[in-house]
Design a protein around this ligand. Structure first.
Ligand code: AHR
Length: 526
């Protein structure tokens, strides 16, 4: 039995066929003898994968900013102007393209003027969203933009609409980016920064349907138009203005905001978190789970394909030429906080399950790169699906970090459409594709193919053919582990790390190999 699932979920008996985003087809075959076959259309590439799809997000939440990035200049932890060196170096190895800050929900109660000037004179505030803890404002605008310069990445700032004024937002942009003689630019100079910074991305509010003010889409759209008027492009700094979009499939929010304000935005956001349970009060453990929960996470992660397809269809109605970008500026897995930690700090471990989920998300973003121009996984350090976990001076990287490192070859590359036929990954009366892939051509001419094997038990033999190109040499790296919940700890920091994918061959132009169960792989074809 063969089912065309243009993308992606096949439920036995229900036969849910989700219509194609058109650029990559997945066919699930239930035949025991089915061959996993990927055909890459190397002659059909036209869209560039925006590097920012591989972006990150750091909020004043738990230990993401404080401890994760900021340790202060007097810390025994090696740092450059208070920002820890080990974390910066680790993120540079990902070619981190963009960093979103200061929230999140925190953004709509952040008053930037409290975070500038001499640190010992900055007022403190209460972080009401995340544990009612004291926010010292030690890490503010100068520190964040210094961090971006140390990382060599674009700054993406989320402005305060929920509890801030238009004047406050206008002043912030002027403070950061104006080169001339003005009150704000001169204040910046007095605070030690002569030249303006480059701030490419500016979000006008965050989750204004919820923590950012509990607004209706009509009300927000009108406010957006007003606030964004004063987000100026000073001194050659062309700001990409980002409107607040929906949570997951709230298509009414997306439609209404576009209907009212499409002409005034360069991008609109989308937030999509996934977990293995149906409710937010019991999200499940990050590390203690069975194959049933693994399967549900895979199934829930695959919803990103339908979500992107439907969201881009709505955007096409209001923006036929594709001028407005879709910024998936918060995404990832969300589990119960690690036992013994402050639940408001959202600290969670990160296993092979998170890694495969991340690989699926990133393949989906690649596939929709004609609209998806930014992605920011939540969050960089010590919060949710983090790249990095810290414990005092110690730092480890997570399986999800390794996925970003393996996928960085897609940044700025040309997306190549592909067709995949694969075996189903079946549990009970449900069936998912066992493989999810995407491909791109780098400027060097090399073709990169990233493939996730969603099946927790079975390896997948596969064949890959290139149309319009000749496969010469192939090499590969794979991230996998003996168990579904394998993860790195401070005691065993390299329990999960990529290794060479052995056994790849090229015969008559076709690449053959075996992808281990529960794995993420990257192939490089020269
Ligand atoms: O990433 C954690 C929170 O999730 C963010 O603050 C908010 O925007 C979202 O609800």
């Amino acid at each position: 039995m063969e089912k065309k699932v243009l993308h992606i979920l096949a439920c036995l008996g229900i036969v849910a066929l989700l219509a194609a985003g058109a650029r990559a087809a997945v066919t699930v075959s239930s035949e025991a003898t089915a061959v996993n076959r990927l055909v890459v259309h190397a002659d059909q590439g036209k869209d560039t994968i925006s590097p920012e799809i591989y972006g990150h997000f750091a909020e004043h939440l738990g230990r993401c900013v404080y401890e994760g990035f900021w340790v202060g200049e007097d810390s025994p932890i090696p740092n450059v102007r208070g920002i820890r060196t080990d974390v910066v170096e680790a993120l540079k190895r990902l070619d981190i393209p963009a960093l979103r800050w200061p929230g999140g929900c925190f953004a709509d109660e952040y008053h930037w003027k409290e975070g500038i000037g001499p640190r010992d004179q900055r007022p403190s505030m209460v972080n009401t969203h995340w544990g009612m803890v004291k926010e010292t404002n030690a890490f503010g605008t100068h520190e964040f933009l210094d961090l971006c310069e140390q990382l060599g990445c674009e700054a993406y700032i989320a402005g305060n609409v929920g509890s801030g004024t238009i004047e406050e937002m206008q002043d912030w942009v002027e403070y950061m980016t104006f080169d001339g003689d003005s009150e704000m630019a001169n204040l910046r100079r007095r605070n030690g920064r002569e030249k303006p910074w480059r701030v490419k991305y500016f979000g006008v509010g965050n989750e204004n349907w919820g923590c950012g003010g509990n607004m209706t889409p009509e009300y927000y759209a009108d406010l957006y138009k007003c606030y964004q008027t004063y987000v100026r492009s000073y001194s050659g700094n062309a700001v990409v203005k980002v409107a607040c979009g929906p949570s997951s499939d709230d298509y009414r929010w997306l439609t209404t905001v576009l209907e009212r304000a499409a002409h005034h935005m360069d991008a609109i956001s989308l937030h999509h978190y996934v977990r293995a349970s149906g409710n937010w009060t019991d999200k499940g453990s990050a590390t203690q789970f069975d194959e049933g929960e693994w399967f549900v996470l895979m199934k829930n992660t695959l919803t990103i394909y339908d979500l992107l397809k439907k969201s881009t269809e709505i955007m096409d109605r209001f923006d036929r030429r594709g001028r407005i970008g879709l910024f998936v500026d918060e995404w990832g897995t969300w589990w119960d906080a690690e036992p013994g930690t402050n639940p408001a700090f959202l600290y969670q471990q990160n296993t092979m399950r998170d890694a495969v989920s991340a690989g699926i998300f990133l393949n989906a973003f690649n596939e929709h790169c004609d609209r998806v121009r930014m992605g920011n996984i939540a969050q960089t350090n010590n919060v949710l699906q983090a790249m990095i976990l810290t414990d005092g001076p110690r730092m480890i990287v997570t399986p999800t970090y390794h996925v970003f490192e393996m996928y960085k070859v897609h940044q700025g590359a040309t997306y190549l459409p592909s067709d995949l036929t694969c075996r189903g990954y079946r549990r009970g009366n449900q069936e998912l594709p066992s493989l999810i892939a995407s491909a791109s051509r780098a400027k060097s001419g090399a073709i990169h193919i990233t493939v996730c094997n969603l099946d927790a038990q079975k390896p997948a033999e596969f064949v890959c053919e290139l149309q319009g190109a000749q496969a010469g040499r192939v090499s590969g790296r794979v991230l996998t582990a003996q168990t579904m919940n394998a993860h790195n700890t401070f005691g065993e920091p390299e329990a999960v790390k990529p290794v060479e994918l052995n056994g790849l061959t090229v015969q008559n132009g076709a690449i053959r190999g075996t992808l281990p169960a529960r794995s993420v792989s990257v192939l490089t074809v020269q």
